[in-house]
Write a protein that binds this ligand. Structure first.
Ligand code: 3PG
Length: 394
């Protein structure tokens, strides 16, 4: 595919698909990693005298104009990050957007409203993409983390204008390829988070590719249930236990060792600082829920990491947003960071929650590479073609 270096940008309106789907609380961006990482693309376009026009989604509004999902609220954070004025258009297509794009001044950036306010966006509608294409002369996709979606702004639009990859897209693909294209073995994957159902295909595919698979978070509970263990009030997907059992069986035949929690931290309420105790994994009381993995589990993960050359991490090991149930995630992250610092491990992490957890523990700085992507990172790891990347290759 082409990069910004291959495009004529002087005086051109450059439609840049970015992923600024960042966490916001009370109107304040709580983790601006994704915003910081698109700065080089915007700066390079401005430096070449191009006019960046940003297209992005925010949340999952399903075609409704949901006020809390307006991208207008990100204008101040973007202006700070880019150090340049950011104008805003209330829609990503139509007369107002076209007028704003046409009158964009030198050194200015235009942000268009949430593409998902149009229901056609997620259907990869060509007419919607044609409306977007009217706003620009060149298309640049810098949203690796949304590249697993075949949507109008990530796929159809790339086929309507001269298209290229942005700096972050280039960096993500080359860093992942360098670390994980032909990984040094043993390879360990740590996969956590709430639901097995959203990562099912991934788990099934991963056990064929990795030597150790550490399963954590709410997802681990479903596997405990599959092993006949009562998990009390814990989050678990009881409808998925047969599938979890199949994954456990398949892992045995592929030689992948699955690591489930040996001990658990349980509490009666899903609250920060809820009274809690550490118990063996098969002894969760009926009125309690598992909120974290215990110290023995952390020791087991640490041992696996010490025996590994490559780590792929997506998803926290416990309810990391509630102290002290972030303990297992933090301890394992710091262990991985230490091994990476000592040159013994190549560590790659991705996913919004994971990056927030690694930032909070202070481990992120020592990881070999932090991807801005969650779902796209996982699909890349599975070896699936990403529609947003495929559309750039012409
Ligand atoms: C993400 O946050 O992983 C990306 O922005 C994609 O969001 P989506 O899962 O709502 O498509």
């Amino acid at each position: 595919w082409k990069t910004l270096d291959d495009m004529e940008l002087n005086g051109k309106r450059v439609l840049v698909r970015v992923d600024i789907n960042v966490p916001v609380a009370d109107g304040v961006v709580t983790d601006d990693t994704r915003i910081q990482r698109i700065v080089p693309t915007v700066r390079d376009i401005l430096a070449a005298n191009g006019k960046p026009i940003l297209l992005a989604h925010f949340g999952r509004p399903k075609g409704e104009r949901v006020a809390e999902m307006s991208l207008r609220q990100l204008v101040p954070a973007l202006e700070t990050a880019f150090g340049t004025p950011v104008r805003f258009a209330d829609d990503c297509v139509g007369a107002e957007a076209e007028a704003a794009a046409a009158s964009l001044g030198a050194g200015e950036v235009l942000l268009l409203e949430n593409t998902r306010f149009h229901t056609e966006e997620t259907k990869n509608s060509v007419p919607l993409a044609q409306g977007m294409a009217k706003l620009g002369d060149v298309y640049c996709n810098d949203a690796f983390s949304a590249a697993h979606r075949a949507h109008s702004s990530t796929e159809a639009l790339a086929r309507l204008l001269p298209a290229c990859a942005g700096r972050l897209m280039q960096q993500e693909l080359s860093a992942l390829e360098a670390a994980l294209g032909a990984p040094n073995r043993p390879v360990t994957a740590v996969v956590g988070g709430a639901k097995v159902s959203t990562k099912l295909d991934l788990l099934g595919n991963l056990i064929e590719k990795v030597d150790y698979l550490v399963i954590g978070g709410g997802m681990a509970n479903t596997f405990l249930v599959a092993k006949g263990i009562d998990v009390g009030k814990s989050l678990a997907e009881h409808a998925m236990t047969d599938t979890a059992a199949e994954i456990l069986n398949k892992a045995e035949s592929t030689g992948c060792t699955i690591i489930l929690p040996r001990d658990i931290v349980v509490a009666e309420a899903f609250e920060a600082n809820a009274p809690h105790q550490v118990l063996p994994a098969d002894q969760c009381p009926a009125d309690a829920m598992i909120l974290d993995a215990g110290p023995e589990s952390v020791a087991a993960v640490s041992e696996v990491l010490e025996n590994s050359q490559t780590l792929i991490w997506n998803g926290p090991l416990g309810a990391f947003e509630l102290t002290p149930f972030d303990a297992a995630t933090n301890a394992a992250a710091l262990k991985a960071a230490e091994l990476t610092r000592d040159g013994k491990l190549t560590s790659v992490a991705g996913g919004g929650d994971t990056v927030a957890a690694l930032n909070a523990s202070g481990a992120a700085a020592d990881f070999s590479y932090i991807s801005t992507a969650g779902g796209a990172f996982l699909e890349w790891m599975e070896g699936k073609a990403l529609p947003g990347v495929a559309a750039l290759v012409r």
